[in-house]
Ligand binder design. Structure first.
Ligand code: C5P
Length: 236
């Protein structure tokens, strides 16, 4: 069975400031989404990438991807499908578009364009070894406070930092487990921000592999500065 990657790229990215949708912003002169597609296709077994575009941006996204073809060494089929109004709905649309011969699915944020191929391969390897869900994760450098939801200036607890991990993407799944999670976990309000969390709720084991600093999520303006610096260092 083939390995496929679903890339949700239908977000507006308002925390990055005004302008074009986040996935289409350039990094090193190339749209962030193109970097993300290349990062998935670079993994040896990934033969299909499903890009989930804003519903009114499917044709534009298709044109953009066609204008930046994958190198022959990393050839993969690239589909573009319309997304939904939260991340969970967008990922579900991508999962529903997968052909039957796909056995392992990666879900990767367009907003993590610089994830190294070794991290992607580690995730795939752990799923192949039998884990139903695999997530790259890193220890935290900041201490985290839990706050009262109705009064977020009030601290209610300080979890032990050593027991916490920050999770990244790509997250890797047995295809049937991910599809089941997207069928069964109800989508309230903003929906799930993390696919592995949905799989946990169904009682499946989620395994961690080491994440990578360069798999950080481009969310705020300073992240763009960091991403440009990482690219410049790679090109040097
Ligand atoms: O906003 P945030 O960075 O958390 O979004 C994570 C990923 O989910 C991004 O790649 C974004 O494009 C995607 N997303 C989506 N559909 C939405 C909202 C977010 O595909 N409606």
């Amino acid at each position: 069975p083939r390995t496929a990657a679903v890339i949700p790229a239908a977000g507006r990215g308002t925390r990055l400031g005004p302008g074009t949708p986040k996935a289409l912003r350039p990094l090193g002169g190339i749209p962030m989404l193109v970097h993300a597609v290349r990062a998935m296709a670079r993994a040896r077994t990934v033969g299909l990438v499903v890009v989930v575009a804003p519903p009114d941006g499917v044709a534009e996204t298709r044109r953009l991807l066609d204008a930046h073809p994958l190198p022959d060494s990393d050839a993969a089929e690239v589909l573009v499908v319309p997304g939904g109004d939260n991340r969970q709905r967008s990922v579900r649309r991508g999962v529903e578009a997968l052909p039957p011969d796909v056995g392992i699915v990666l879900v990767h944020d367009a907003a993590r364009p610089l994830v190294p191929v070794d991290t992607v391969e580690d995730v795939i390897a752990a799923v192949r070894e039998g884990a139903p869900a695999v997530v790259p994760a890193l220890p935290l450098s900041d201490t985290v406070k839990e706050v009262e939801p109705s009064a977020p200036e009030r601290v209610v607890g300080t979890p032990d930092r050593a027991r916490l991990r920050a999770v990244q993407t790509p997250q890797g799944f047995d295809r049937d487990v991910l599809a089941e999670a997207h069928r069964r976990v109800t989508d309230e309000g903003d929906g799930a921000t993390d696919d592995a969390g949905m799989v946990e709720r169904l009682g499946h084991e989620v395994r961690l592999v080491p994440g990578h600093e360069e798999a950080f999520k481009v969310t705020r303006p300073l992240d763009l500065v960091l991403a440009e610096a990482v690219l410049a260092r790679r090109r040097a």
